[in-house]
Design a protein around this ligand. Structure first.
Ligand code: HBI
Ligand code: FE
Length: 305
């Protein structure tokens, strides 16, 4: 099972669950809490170490240069769960971002407001030793190991802020579903071309052992050139590996989000059919046409044939 994170509908229930499970103080108006760094147990630091070492080794030659450089410059290593204050000190100097602790998924408007103000909300809890490869809501390994290195990159730092601003506007225009797809297929599951081949920049992949392999090496998924409006029209799956990965030529392409005029884009999209993750259109620049083997087999077994 991939490190996919379900969102929205079940968010309130999951946040409650997170509070109970994490035994943390009630959230403030902006949902932030103290990280409670001193309260982590040796077992919890141990889970971090296991995940960190496994993933760092795997990501060599798989993560993009920006991810590797960001990781190298941050006070983050195998020995302990990072202290958000120390991360924020370094991030603030580099790109003006901070990491703030939250108990789990937070409501969309709260999430966007944090991003629009260059605060990244990170879960302060960590998965249990027996569930290393599965999580229902973003924990500290996904949020900090997966997301924070890219926040050290100036272009990506601006992009996530623009997503927060765009999210607040999309919410008002009733187009959140379409904008959330952009986040999903870029910030969480994006790939980028480098001179030495395709590389991972999405945090949902970078924090997942199995999907870090699947997204680059498996013949099953489609790999298609990123196109903003195409992505806005395409559904995604939260329960398994992605069936399609969208590939950037470079990270600068993401800044298109900062430049777009949302109203006309949303008007265009609304007049066009919604697309499924397995669809390939005539206009798509297909880098790898997937065999579909992986998801077809799952669909067959689900249909019982
Ligand atoms: N809350 N903590 C947290 N992390 C997320 O990634 C997150 C969230 N709330 C809402 C949300 N993501 C998404 O539903 C939006 O990007 C649409
Ligand atoms: Fe995430």
């Amino acid at each position: 099972m991939s490190d996919a994170i379900s969102s929205s509908a079940a968010a309130t229930e999951k946040v409650k669950h997170g509070l109970a499970a994490g035994d943390v103080a009630p959230p403030s108006p902006d949902w932030t809490i103290d990280q409670g760094w001193a309260n982590y147990t040796a077992t919890e630091h141990g889970v971090w170490k296991t995940l960190f070492e496994r993933q760092t080794k795997l990501l060599q030659g798989r993560a993009c240069d920006a991810f590797v450089e960001g990781m190298r410059a941050l006070p983050m290593g195998p020995d302990e769960i990072p202290d958000f204050r120390k991360l924020s000190d370094v991030l603030m100097k580099q790109t003006g971002w901070q990491v703030v602790a939250v108990p789990g998924l937070v409501p969309d408007d709260v999430f966007f407001d944090h991003l629009a103000n260059r605060r990244f909300p990170a879960g302060n809890f960590i998965r249990k030793p027996h569930e290393l490869d599965y999580l229902e809501e973003p924990d500290v390994f996904h949020d900090v190991f997966g997301h924070v290195p890219m926040l050290m990159n100036p272009v990506f730092a601006d992009y996530i802020q623009a997503y927060g601003v765009g999210g607040l506007r999309a919410n008002k225009l009733g187009m959140l579903k379409q904008l959330a797809r952009v986040y999903w297929y870029t910030v969480e599951f994006g790939l980028v071309k480098q001179a030495d081949g395709l590389r991972i920049y999405g945090a949902g992949i970078a924090s997942s052992y199995t999907e870090s392999i699947f997204c680059l090496d498996d013949p099953s998924p489609n790999r298609i050139r990123f196109e903003l409006e195409r992505v806005m029209r395409t559904n995604y799956r939260i329960d398994d590996f992605q069936e399609v990965y969208w590939v950037l030529d470079n990270l600068e392409e993401l800044l298109e989000l900062d430049r777009i005029d949302f109203a006309p884009v949303y008007a265009r999209i609304e007049s066009q059919p919604e697309l499924q993750p397995w669809d390939v259109l005539d206009g798509d620049q297909v880098l790898h046409r997937g065999t579909g083997t992986y998801h077809d087999a799952k669909r067959r077994s689900a249909a019982g044939s």
